[in-house]
Design a protein around this ligand. Structure first.
Ligand SMILES: [Ca+2]
Ligand SMILES: [Ca+2]
Length: 75
């Protein structure tokens, strides 16, 4: 949510090396997984769905797999 807001506010794409780090802890782990699971299902509105990594407009298995694939410290 933070990074999306920032992009909207500034109007440019900022480099976010770790979009899967939903709680901004600089690693991808259990908390991020819980945030993803907490937003499971259709996104309320486009662009307001930080856990929708594959931009499918819902949070589901693919997003879960992407998060698991990025598990661990951010680059
Ligand atoms: Ca995290
Ligand atoms: Ca998705």
């Amino acid at each position: 949510m933070r990074s999306n807001f920032f992009v909207d506010a500034v109007g440019i794409t900022v480099e976010n090396a770790c979009p899967w780090d939903l709680d901004d802890s600089n690693n991808v782990g259990v908390k991020d997984l819980l945030i993803l699971l907490g937003t499971w299902g259709p996104c309320p509105k486009k662009g307001d769905c930080p856990a929708d990594f594959d931009d499918s407009n819902d949070v589901g298995v693919k997003d879960l797999l992407i998060l698991l694939g990025a598990w661990g410290p951010c680059p």
